[in-house]
Design a protein around this ligand. Structure first.
Ligand code: R5P
Length: 310
């Protein structure tokens, strides 16, 4: 099988970096957009190809998702032997269960759609929950960017820093950072009130006089990290908070005052195109080497064990 890399429009700079790391030219692919908003992708012939489609489904999530499904189908019809959907950021992964009666399980709906379009395997990076694996009928490789982000953090944080999980769902991730950086973990108990509002109920652990590093899988509106920073500073933490998150959506917010008060610096990966952030110092770590390594190993049927999320 020939290794082929196809880029959707979700993050073409990342796809170009992956292609460069692998030493392959990206396969021809054109995505036409019709006046009514429909997409029509066209790919070249892919006989006997082992195809990796690079398409994170960040905002606009629904467009990138539909484009992804169509690309998978186009590659299948163009003769691809094996198709891997490389979706470092997977939109809808937060909807892995119903919070209230009457809701959908969005993550399962998109998992079914991706599988039935023809994907043989999916690669994601630090998904919101590892529970998404069970929603797919094909293997899901859940890579982690924590070692890469921790290495960069190590150069920027103080010896006495503590790692803060901004909600219960981030505890495992925070423990992973804590063990890599040899730092204690403090937990914030958050309640989400709406898509853009959260409330902190409790801080579990001691932050008095300590620098803190808030870690999360993603920053969407920024409400979670804002609330966590405010809560830990109110309990005595130093007010130059550092944040690390794998996926930096950093959606623009209409609000008065600074968007990230108390936050001195945010580190994210390039899983999504880097947003404009004049109001905070942003450090971007590329996951292209991680994804290229995973693609190389899958193509050669080697183990990904040491790259996977624990
Ligand atoms: C939710 O539980 C996730 O882990 C993140 O904490 C959350 O999605 C971040 O969203 P926002 O920045 O809008 O608070």
């Amino acid at each position: 099988m020939t290794l082929c890399v196809v880029s959707g429009s979700g993050n073409s700079p990342l796809a170009a970096l992956i292609g460069r790391e692998l030493g392959v030219t990206l396969s021809a692919c054109n995505v036409e957009r019709f006046p009514d908003g429909e997409f029509r992708p066209t790919v070249g012939a892919l006989p006997d190809a082992d195809v990796y489609i690079i398409q994170p489904t960040g905002p606009p999530v629904n467009d990138h998702l539909v484009e992804s499904l169509l690309l998978i189908d186009a590659c299948r019809r163009a003769g691809a032997e094996r198709i891997t959907a490389v979706m470092p950021y997977l939109g809808y992964a937060r909807q892995d269960r119903r919070d209230e009666a009457g809701q959908a399980v969005g993550a399962q709906v998109i998992a079914r759609a991706i599988t039935s379009s023809g994907a043989d395997r999916v690669i994601v990076v630090d998904p919101h929950t590892s529970a998404i694996e069970a929603l797919f009928d094909v293997p899901v490789e859940m890579l982690t960017a924590v070692p890469m982000l921790a290495e960069v953090l190590d150069e920027h944080i103080r010896e006495d820093s503590v790692i803060v999980a901004p909600d219960l769902g981030a505890v495992k991730l925070a423990e992973h950072y804590g063990s890599r950086l040899d730092k204690a973990v403090v937990i914030v108990r958050k309640v989400r009130q709406s898509g853009s509002e959260v409330r902190v109920e409790e801080v579990i652990g001691d932050v008095e006089g300590r620098p803190v590093v808030i870690v999360d899988d993603m920053i969407s509106t920024g409400a979670t990290i804002r609330a966590a920073a405010k809560a830990v500073v109110a309990r005595g933490a130093l007010s130059d908070v550092v944040v690390a998150a794998t996926h930096g959506l950093l959606l623009p917010q209409q609000m008065e005052g600074p968007r990230f008060p108390l936050i001195q610096r945010i580190f994210v990966t390039d899983s999504l195109p880097t947003p404009s952030t004049a109001d905070v110092t942003l450090g971007v770590v590329s996951i292209a080497p991680l994804l290229a390594d995973a693609i190389h190993r899958l193509h050669h049927r080697q183990s990904l064990d040491d790259l996977l999320m624990r």
